[in-house]
Design a protein around this ligand. Structure first.
Ligand code: LRH
Ligand code: MN
Length: 431
């Protein structure tokens, strides 16, 4: 038997936190009532918001310089799902996991599906990996995968993606994310047009392998690990390819995959308008693809992105069914704590975006009143919705204060005993 945080412990902790929640909730309810906003409606929206956990995010991440393994690291996909189950138990907004193959290749996909199901978990988009060479692999991806000049390398990469889809079908996933590292480090190294043509040729084979009710997500990234040119470097290239491939192809926005100061909320608005928004890999960054905790560096940008998403939701935009996933690397924090707090930040931005007085905003926009428009957004962004988030978690069986409850539970200490540290050797993942 492995240690799990049980519901009665969560109830105990919630009882201790009851006092501040009731008081703050009543005060906020009165404040919102003055804005003709029903707080109960926002609690329902908060409780209905879901984001998937990246299986590769529950182990400690690192950089090319070092990785400092934490205590009680998960050593295989089952222990990763245990930790995903604990996150879901406490924050209630993370009922799905996004797997990375071969890092999480299950020996028995049905057994894995049952194990996840027993913890209330399902599987979101699959992720292929043609940016690393696996032991015994015939062809190297050193100079590319789906765009490699050598057809046999491209075919190997296509086959791997089709294998991911096959595993995903057994797991109940309905989408497949393709991010490739293909690019060049030197001017002249790649023929830009031929490389893109080869990408489309390979993706058409992957697209053809998709079941009817599946979607394929194209993930762009402006650089790294290629440091001169990247084949799928921006949303425009991703959009062109999604259009070329067909109605099941969409564009996934990883927040860290844009040059500093790029207006990501505008890219989101474009992809929504064009009916090609796949969804997100949420994280935050200050410089490059830092994979920091969502909302930790640029919370206003995260709010502005959700402002576009809620605008689309309220206008019932066609083809609007974004997949929300986290994609982070936790180098100096307990991954479970970071993933919980990041999920909370996403629900916060979503609820605040529902607080925007859309009539006032539209009026200010049509009347060319920029300051009133900004003030209307800021009023929502500066509203402390913490009581709504806490009540939504508690009513969904979760923790009013997930971080405190997690730390009080001693879960990590228990896992350290159950998963004796094999310094340096942990379940595979980034680095
Ligand atoms: C690439 C990326 C991609 C994943 C990988 C783990 O930077 O964002 O989504 O496959 O990280
Ligand atoms: Mn990503």
């Amino acid at each position: 038997m492995t240690f799990e945080i049980d519901d009665s412990f969560i109830d105990d902790q919630n009882r201790k936190a009851r006092a501040w929640v009731d008081e703050d909730y009543e005060a906020l309810a009165r404040k919102l009532r003055r804005q003709n906003v029903d707080i109960e409606d926002l609690v329902k929206k908060a409780a209905a918001f879901h984001v998937a956990i990246p299986s590769w995010g529950v182990g400690t991440g690192g950089t090319r310089f070092a990785r400092f393994a934490g205590e009680g690291e998960p050593r295989d996909i089952y222990e990763k799902l245990e930790d995903c189950g604990t996150i879901f138990k406490l924050v209630r907004s993370t009922p799905a996991v996004s797997l990375h193959i071969p890092w999480d290749k299950p020996d028995d996909a049905s057994k894995l599906r049952a194990f996840a199901g027993a913890r209330g978990l399902s599987f979101d988009a699959m992720n292929s990996n043609t940016f690393q060479d696996q032991p015994g692999q015939t062809h190297s991806y050193k100079f590319g995968s789906l765009t490699h000049p050598d057809r046999s390398v491209r075919e190997q990469a296509v086959a791997h993606n089709i294998e991911c889809i096959e595993i995903g079908k057994t797991l109940g996933s309905k989408a497949h994310t393709v991010w490739i590292a293909d690019g060049g480090n030197f001017p002249g190294q790649q023929h830009f047009q031929r490389a893109l043509e080869r990408y489309l040729e390979s993706m058409r084979e992957i697209y053809a392998a998709l079941p009817d009710d599946w979607r394929v997500f194209i993930e762009h990234k402006f650089y790294e690990p290629a440091f001169y040119s990247t084949v799928i470097n921006d949303w425009g290239t991703s959009y062109y390819c999604a259009r070329e491939l067909g109605p099941k192809a969409f564009c996934l926005v990883d927040l860290g995959h844009h040059a500093p100061n790029v207006n990501i909320e505008m890219i989101v608005a474009r992809l929504i308008q064009f009916g090609k928004l796949a969804g997100f890999h949420f994280n935050d960054s200050k410089y490059g693809d830092d994979d920091l905790d969502a909302g930790s560096i640029k919370p206003f940008q995260l709010f502005l992105i959700f402002n576009e998403l809620v605008d689309a939701e309220l206008n019932s935009v066609a083809n609007f069914n974004p997949a929300y996933m986290l994609d982070q690397s936790h180098n100096v924090t307990d991954p479970i704590e970071s993933l919980m707090m990041s999920a909370v930040e996403l629900v916060r931005s979503y609820v605040q975006a529902h607080l925007v007085d859309r009539d006032a905003l539209n009026e200010a926009q049509e009347q060319c009143d920029p300051l009133l428009a900004l003030a209307t957004l800021k009023q929502a962004f500066t509203t402390d919705v913490a009581p709504i988030l806490a009540v939504a978690r508690e009513r969904s069986g979760g923790a009013i204060d997930p971080l405190k409850t997690y730390r009080q539970s001693g879960y990590r200490r228990h896992k350290a005993k159950e998963r004796p540290g094999q310094k340096g050797v942990t379940a595979s993942g980034i680095v």
